[in-house]
Design a protein around this ligand. Sequence first.
Ligand SMILES: Cc1ncc(COP(=O)(O)O)c(C=O)c1O
Length: 404
Amino acid sequence: MKNLIYLDNAATSFPKPIQVQEAMLRYMNEVGANPGRAGHKLSVRASEIVQSARESIAALFNAGDPSRIVFTLNVTEALNTVINGFLNPGDHVLTTAMEHNSVMRPLKYLEESGVITLTVAPCDHRGLLKIDEFKNMVREETALVVVNHASNVCGTIQSLRDVRKAIGDTPMLVDAAQTAGCYPIDVEADGIDFLAFTGHKSLLGPQGTGGFYIRAGLSVRPLKRGGTGSVSERLEQPDFLPDALESGTQNNIGIAGLGAAVDFILKEGVEKIRRHETALTANLLKRLYDAAGLTIYGPLDADFQTATLSFTFDSIIPMDDDPGFTGCGSVNLAWMEAGMPVGEAGDRLDDEYDILVRVGLHCAPIAHQTLGTYPDGTVRLSIGYFNTSADIAFAAEAIKKILS
Ligand SMILES: Cc1ncc(COP(=O)(O)O)c(C=O)c1O
């Protein structure tokens, strides 16, 4: 394969640790059986592999009891399970203006069906929640607060502890698609009631894996009912976790890979992963910050964002309400106003430099509305644990050459 520079880790991480494919091949070639569906040796071995993955994920998030980790196919399924299974008619839900469509679409559907009422709290142009306004939006009938932990568009990280402080004891569902595995998450210290994660992004596992944590004392109606391998004599769904929420044969080969990925992360240490990604992000920001004709969105500070940067090849005028806006390196250059469409910029990075990024709206139109980049979107460059400072230097040079 050509020497490609993969900078699309917010879509899915690549490459994966070698241990992931080894674990998947081992499951395929040496185990193969269906966990929890038989008493024979191979089924027992399969159950042990799935249980070990559950334990590793519980350890990563300080979730305590591993049975409170439920596997799903991805974070979208996890979010849908909690949103549809926890809410009741008449409930109010509070969410943010930085959410992905995997949160917005199920919530909008429930709102339009007359099941819930919905408030979308504003964020500033860096994507940060306006926490005082947010606090005042919590109502008596607010049954759930749904928060994007880090934006998949521009990396902005919300402080979960500030959110928890603002909402009192209202249940909180966190979409950790962009932070699980690359940013410390502690469901106890962060006050998280439901933590939804996907396996294939910063958790470094395979596609088709994900899940959620559910705090003791809270319950969720299943999205699906069916065979679980347990209490088979009964026609009713089991009421204990994780079986209550895990019907049908899972992506067990994927779960074997996810378990190996999380073991890799635990061995490396989330802090080390975060340090590496923060250093690369700071490096890229430093190289691009003053580039004439480039507008960068988000916090523009590696300590307050994930390793995801969004930009447009143009210059924009600072917003009236914030003269301190620093999102653009070329804000005073009137001649730079005619920009290059994001699609063209992404194609040039791919065709001329073998740099792989994602352009457009990134399935998060309201986040782009917040940032002022709707409807065209941005060029998103998302760094992963296996990127190097040489990748960053090369990408920054390529962007500057395109600008010139
Ligand atoms: C913040 C966020 N939420 C949800 C998703 C959906 O992820 P998946 O396709 O793995 O369900 C993504 C993926 O882009 C994301 O970044």
